[in-house]
Ligand binder design. Structure first.
Ligand SMILES: Nc1ncnc2c1ncn2[C@@H]1O[C@H](COP(=O)(O)OP(=O)(O)OP(=O)(O)O)[C@@H](O)[C@H]1O
Length: 231
């Protein structure tokens, strides 16, 4: 599958917040500092932007973007993504039997369906949210810094799981992060965004090993492959 966003323009009154275009075959990582426009991009693709923003989105893919159907979403904070009032089973949009199958895909057993979110660790919750996303059989999976709220061990488990599930299920992946180290082995292509503009995009190993834009060179020389560069 391939995805091309020919134009994504977002304006607030007369101020341009975001003006980007990009394309990728299977997996793309959006890298940028805080406030660069990563979340706006995901929200635009999900059709979740507030009314006061004017949006022009022109894309080409082998599927239409439809939130909850062709597109599923894994948010940054698993601790606030689910209702604290209901057990996991009631929050799955699938039968118990189907939900068990999705839990198995993320390495969790059936009894997790009978727990409340507050009884689970961050890594377990994030795996449940990924299982819920899989239950939609998405063509495109959007992930907004899905490991930021997790400890190092859970982070490694969740990243390995995402890679393995993409190979198994075949969805496209759009991964937003401020931390390059998390996606080096996960996303084949990468885009660097700065203040609402895509300054460079291409194959991950090419951009990281031979960056063309001075902003990317600056980020790499400041050692952001070894550490997060959130400001
Ligand atoms: N509803 C809105 N109205 C006006 N400006 C907005 C709105 N939402 C976001 N912005 C502005 O657009 C810019 C990009 O915001 P965005 O949330 O996409 O950044 P980000 O890269 O996801 O940052 P972070 O890593 O901190 O989440 C910011 O300057 C932000 O203040």
């Amino acid at each position: 599958m391939s995805f091309t966003c020919k134009e994504l323009l977002i304006k607030s009154k007369e101020k341009v917040l975001l003006n980007v275009s990009f394309s990728f075959e299977r997996s793309f990582a959006f890298i940028g500092e805080s406030g660069s426009g990563k979340s706006l991009t995901l929200k635009a693709l999900l059709g979740m932007l507030p009314r006061e923003l004017s949006v022009s989105l022109d894309y080409h893919a082998s599927y239409t973007l439809q939130r909850g159907e062709s597109i599923a979403f894994v948010p940054q904070n698993p601790f606030t993504a689910l209702s604290p009032l209901s057990k996991i089973e009631r929050q799955f949009m699938a039968s118990r039997k189907a939900a068990c199958g999705y839990l198995e895909m993320v390495g969790l057993e059936e009894h997790f369906l009978d727990r409340f979110p507050s009884e689970l660790s961050g890594g377990q919750l994030q795996r449940i949210i990924i299982a819920m996303a899989l239950s939609l059989s998405p063509r495109l999976l959007l992930l907004d810094e899905p490991t930021t709220a997790l400890d190092e061990e859970s982070k490694t488990v969740v990243l390995a799981l995402i890679k393995q599930l993409q190979e198994r299920c075949g969805f496209d992946l759009l991964f937003v992060t401020h931390d390059v180290a998390t996606i080096e082995n996960l996303c084949e292509e990468i885009g660097i965004i700065q203040q609402g503009r895509m300054v460079e995009y291409g194959m991950t190993h090419e951009v990281l090993n031979d960056p063309k834009a001075s902003y990317t060179q600056q980020l790499l020389s400041s050692g952001f492959r070894q550490r997060s560069f959130r400001t």
